[in-house]
Design a protein around this ligand. Structure first.
Ligand SMILES: [Zn+2]
Ligand SMILES: [Zn+2]
Length: 346
């Protein structure tokens, strides 16, 4: 009597309390369930994926995505404890893969193993962003101009770099419709066409923060959609007349522009090394840009006179060393040529 109570009624193996043992329960339980197919909609142009009706950027390889999809699609019995899952992929065609999935774990404390095969169906659909780009959709234009001049090529390069950096950070934060659809350099400056108004104002703010100047916004009604008025915005941006790094001439002195605050320039006097504010209207003219200066070698020093070698012609020319600067012969100095005059900028 006692013995019958402690064996499994199905296999006769020992079982506490005489119940069906774990092994028999495990062999009779369906613990692994696989759908025969999973599908995914991807944009053929940019690779974005569509899930539950909305698009997102992937940032992963197709095989990695397939692994993720299969892992999510496979269902286990609640008492199953996973030890390992091994997925191998066969690429059948451009729009179909086959995933072989091997699973091991425990069920009711007994080791179990199983496998299944799923088809991965890759569907193609153009995403919202690519639709907008191919349809030349845009919400605004950032017009980069400068006061009384054309923006320099250096400023246009900077503005371009800033614009793309802002686009990248907005995309990374999930604003996938904040794209730059066009970037045109023309006679007056740079036009940056943007897919969202937020991107437009972020770019305009970032450029003025970095290069100075200011911008105004000019909305224009372009139509109506579902009862809502649709505007396009022109961000009219003006860089200051003088910008950081410019070498200017005022009251017969050369100075480097360190910053611009409205109509007041913060300048480094290149002869004395002192910093001062110069009202814009006192500037005689712009002599060049710090970045255009080149290295000249110091051939000799005689008191505060430097003999420096023209790197182009090899001819020695003389220039006064700024007070307090230790410039031994053999050193190099940065020289900007302003016509016949040499300006030591660093
Ligand atoms: Zn049993
Ligand atoms: Zn796309």
């Amino acid at each position: 009597m006692h013995i019958r109570e402690t064996i499994c009624p199905l296999c006769g193996n020992p079982s506490p309390r005489g119940e069906v043992c774990g092994q028999c329960r495990a062999s009779k339980t369906r613990w692994l369930e696989c759908p025969s197919r999973v599908s995914m909609v991807l944009c053929p142009t940019c690779g974005a994926r569509k899930e539950a009706g909305s698009w997102s950027d992937l940032g992963m390889e197709r095989s990695e995505l397939a692994h993720q999809m299969v892992t999510r699609a496979v269902r286990f019995h609640p008492d199953f404890r996973l030890i390992a899952m091994d997925i191998t992929l066969d690429e059948m065609s451009a729009n179909r893969s086959r995933a072989h999935c091997r699973v091991s774990g425990t069920l009711f404390g007994e080791p179990v193993e199983g496998s299944c095969t799923l088809e991965v169906d890759w569907q193609k659909e153009q995403c919202d962003r690519c639709c907008r780009i191919s349809g030349s959709y845009y919400e605004g234009v950032v017009q980069v101009r400068a006061t009384g001049r054309r923006p320099s090529s250096r400023e246009m390069e900077e503005a371009t770099r800033i614009a793309y950096a802002v686009e990248e950070s907005m995309m990374a934060s999930g604003e996938r419709l904040s794209f730059i659809s066009q970037l045109d350099e023309h006679r007056d400056g740079l036009d940056i066409t943007v897919g969202s108004q937020r991107l437009g104002s972020e770019i305009a703010s970032a450029i003025t923060r970095d290069l100075g100047g200011r911008y105004t916004t000019h909305p224009k009604l372009v139509g109506e959609k579902a009862g809502r008025q649709i505007f396009r915005i022109t961000y009219s941006l003006r860089l200051p007349r003088y910008s950081r790094g410019d070498i200017i001439l005022y009251s017969g002195r050369y100075a480097e522009v360190l910053g611009v605050d409205g109509k007041l320039l913060r300048c480094l006097d290149l002869a004395t090394g002192s910093v001062r504010s110069v009202p814009e209207q006192q500037v005689e003219r712009r002599a060049g840009h710090k970045g255009d200066a080149v290295d000249w070698m110091v051939a000799f020093r005689d008191g505060d006179l430097l003999g420096i070698l023209d790197p182009g012609t090899g001819v020695t020319r003389e220039i006064r060393a700024p007070p307090g600067r230790e410039i031994p012969s053999g050193a190099t100095v940065r020289i900007l040529e302003d016509g016949e005059r040499l300006v030591l900028v660093g």
